[in-house]
Design a binder for this molecule. Structure first.
Ligand SMILES: Cc1ncc(COP(=O)(O)O)c(C=O)c1O
Length: 372
């Protein structure tokens, strides 16, 4: 049986998302101890989860025989309080990737198109193609009118066609770490036809420390076509638990909830997310470690005359001045996992997540050895 002949058309052309290499896999391959491996490949929080989240999960364990609260009532209530929205504007997902997928299933399909930028987060093209919709990719800034490699919102607007129903803006974007400024985004939202859904993906929002970086929530009332997505995977340190959410008009949330699996966020994750949200001190520590680590990596790259893309996230993408694949492989042999980004149209760059001071130093030492 050749299953290729049975597959629905859009799936034929898809290639699976390439996740960062797991520590255990590299340990097996190299015969190294897992503890000696430094993983800076998936933009995870190097401090781990909040101790309060761990405690909440321990408490929730005993109830594991029961289905989770499919409505996510308690977590949504906490989020609503914190963010100043109504709980019926929130849609929970198994990671924010799940929410992105819900959006494509509700608003995209054959005969429709989505707009996103060159070098944008890889889940957009996968989700869009999976439902048989067309991707319209806008050229990134070349550096003359905005940050090189960053989203060019003017070019994105130009790509919006009659069949366009969704636009994805990653703010900041992964893997470039670039961001769009408040004024640019406000103008974009004002110019976008009101029937086109604007998704502003704020997976790294908590890390950004720029005055002109917008929290897109401010436009939810003015623009009912806006969906803001966020996650507990990054600054909240819960990537393994898979909790993300979107904030939108209540009518849009109602539509997203129609296709959502009833128990898409499990009970341990719900408990952990609720507790993590309340742990401001952990978030502050996380930001501090990131700020210091980012500065260290920027200085290290500058000292070696390696060009990097200035990033406001918890990762930085650096031009290694040669094909990055072999550099990535050589770093693996040194026990350091980073991320090649050739699939993002950046063949000479590597993306490095900001780790602890120790991890960052280990990476730079390995890089020196590898680049010679
Ligand atoms: C820009 C962006 N959006 C969304 C996600 C999805 O994260 P998660 O599904 O863990 O919430 C990521 C993860 O790397 C990301 O970089």
């Amino acid at each position: 049986m050749d299953f290729q002949t049975r597959v629905v058309q859009p799936v034929l052309g898809l290639t699976p998302y390439q996740p960062g290499k797991p520590i255990e896999e590299l340990a097996r391959e190299l015969g190294l101890e897992a503890e000696k491996i430094v993983k800076l490949a998936s933009n995870e929080n190097p401090l781990g989860p909040s101790p309060r989240a761990l405690e909440a999960m321990r408490e929730a364990l005993a109830e594991s025989a029961r289905y989770p609260d499919g409505s996510g009532f308690a977590l949504k209530r906490k989020l609503a309080q914190k963010l100043g929205v109504n709980a019926n504007q929130i849609t929970l997902g198994n990671g924010s990737n799940d929410v992105l997928d819900l959006i494509t299933r509700v608003f995209l399909g054959p005969g429709r198109s989505a707009v996103f930028a060159e070098h944008a987060f890889a889940v957009y093209p996968i989700s869009v193609q999976a439902v048989g919709a067309r991707a319209r990719v806008a050229k990134a800034h070349d550096g003359s009118r905005g940050p090189r490699y960053g989203h060019d919102l003017g070019a994105m607007l130009d790509q919006v066609a009659d069949d366009t129903t969704v636009v994805f803006i990653a703010n900041p974007n992964n893997p470039t770490g670039t961001y769009v400024r408040a004024k640019e985004l406000a103008d974009f939202l004002a110019a976008l036809p009101a029937h086109v859904i604007a998704v502003v993906d704020e997976a790294y929002l908590e890390y950004v420390e720029k005055d002109d970086y917008p929290d897109a929530l401010q436009w939810l009332v003015e623009h009912p076509n806006l969906i803001v997505t966020r996650t507990f995977s990054k600054a909240y340190g819960l990537a393994g638990l898979r909790v993300g959410y979107s904030l939108s008009h209540a009518d849009v949330a109602e539509l997203l909830n129609r296709v959502r699996q009833p128990f898409n966020v499990n009970s341990l994750s719900l408990a952990a997310a609720e507790a993590a949200l309340a742990d401001e001190a952990h978030l502050e520590r996380t930001r501090g470690v990131n700020r210091e680590g980012m500065l260290y990596l920027e200085n290290a790259f500058a000292a070696r005359a390696l060009e990097f893309i200035p990033s406001v996230g918890n990762f930085i993408t650096v031009d290694v001045g040669r094909e990055a694949g072999p550099v990535f492989e050589a770093l693996l042999r040194e026990g350091v996992i980073v991320r090649p980004v050739v699939n993002y149209g950046l063949p000479c760059h590597l993306r490095v997540s900001v780790g602890t001071a120790e991890e960052n130093t280990a990476f730079v030492q390995a890089l020196d050895k590898v680049l010679g």
